[in-house]
Design a protein around this ligand. Sequence first.
Ligand SMILES: [Zn+2]
Length: 499
Amino acid sequence: MHKTLMTLTVSTMALIAMGCQPKTKTKVVEVPKKDKVYDFAKTSYGDPVNVPVHDTACNSQRGLSLSNSIIAEAYMGVETLMVRTLIEEDVFENAKTKDIVRQTLEYQTINEGRRVYLCRDASIIPENTQEGAAISMKADADQAFSLYETVRRKGTVALPLLKKVYLNAAQKEKEVSRTVDKDDEANEETSYMTDNAVFMGGPSPTLISYPQSEFSRQYKLLGGVPLWTVDGVFQHEFGHFIFESVMDEDGIRFASYHDYVEKNPRLHTFHTPTASLARQAATPGLKAGFVEFIRSQDFFVGSLNEGFADMWSYYTLKQPSTMWDISCFAKSRSIASPVFYNGISKSWDDNLWKKTFTADVKQTPGGSSDDPIESCNQPEFSDIHIIGAAMAHTVDAVFTAALEGTAATSDTSLLKAEMSIAWLKSIKDSNEFDDLGGKASLSRILNTAIGTGMSYLKTTDKTAFCAVVTSKFPALVKRWKDGKTDNEDVSGVVSFCSL
Ligand SMILES: [Zn+2]
C-alpha cells in the first residue's frame, strides 16, 4: 500500500546556450545542472510527543472494533521522510522569470508499520497511544462514511462506491528542508509533521494523523490535545476522500482538480501551519510562485476542496453551533459563524473579494516563523482553508434558505450533505472550467451552489431565498448583473432572483 519512493521535480533545469552566437538559429541545449556538495548549516525544531504502542505483546489477535470496518484498514508505526531541496537560480537577477527556483521533493517510507491489533476493549485504550489514535480516526471516518452511504443509497444523486481507505495512526514524518540561496548559503532545517491531519489521494487513499508537538502540549495550543481526539478533524479529512472520489467518478476526471493536486500534492491538510506559509514568504522564489497560486484557478479548486471537507464534517456532526472548539478554529472555521476572528465578515462583499485577490503571503503571519503552531487572531487570506471557510459558510446559508419550509421532522444535515455533493457534481459537469481564471472560477463555484439551492427549493415563494443570495454574495451579484460572467452564470440566478 505504501509507495516506497516518489520524486517530484517541481521546477526547472537550467538552460545554457552553447557556443558563440550563431547567425541564423540559436542552439539551446537543456542541461541538468549538477548539484554541488553543500555544507548545510543545520537547525531543528518541532519535536513530536512520543506516541507509544499500548500493548506491545499483542501481535496476532486482531480486535473486532477495527476489523469491523467496511472500508478502512488501520496501520501504526508508519515512519516517513520528506526531503525538500530548494536551489535559487536567478531570483535576484530576474525576479519576473517564472523558473527562479529548482525544487525537488522526495518522499520516502522508512517503516511501513503494521496493522493495528487490539487485545483489549477499545474503550479502555488511552487516547495518546498508537492504538488509541487508530481507534479515534476510525470512529470519525466511519461516521463520515456512514453519512455518505446514506446519501448514496437514497439514490437522488448517483454516487460511486468508495474505495478502501487506509488509516495511518500517529505517523512519524521527518521533514528536511534544504535551501541554497544565490550566495551559496546552504541551510538545512529538520522538523516533524505535528499537530495536523492529512488526506493523501491516489491509488491507495490514506488518512494520516500526526502526533502532537511538545510545544503545543506545553502551551495548550489546539486545546492541548492530539488532533485525532478532536471531533470533526477526520470527518473533514474523509470529506477530501469523497471530493476526490466524486471528481474521479467512473474514470472521468475533473481536469482542474487533477491539475491542482499534481502541482500541490500535499495541500489536503486539516490546516496550514504558519511555519510553512512563513517559509514560503521568506524565500523569494517560492514566494513569487505562491503569490501567483493565490490568484489562480488552482487556489479556488483547493479552497472548494477545503470548504467542502468542512461542510462534510459539519453535516456528519449534525450541524453543531460550535465546531472545533480549539484555539484558532472555533470562529474562523465554524460554518455557523458568519465572521472570522477579528470580526471580518465571511459574506462575499467588496472587502472579502478585495482581500481574496490582493492577499499576500506574510513572513510572520500571526506568529514567529519557528513557531510551528498557528496563531490565528488574523485570518490569512492566502490560505485555502480560510477562503474555503468563507465558501462553506455562505453556501451552507444558501442550502439552509433552500430548505426553509421542509417538515420539522426531516433530517436537514442529510439533505444538505446530499446537496453538497450535488453541488460538486454540477461543478464537475459544468463545461470549460479549465479555461476560467481565478475570479471566474470562484464565481462559477459560488454560482453553481446557488443553482443547487434553486433546484432543492421547497417553497414557491423565493423572496427569502433570494434575500440570502443578495446578502451573502453582494460582490458576486454585482458582477453577475454587470454581465462580466463569461460562462459563469450557469444557474440562471440573475433571472431567477430578478437581480
Ligand atoms: Zn483539509
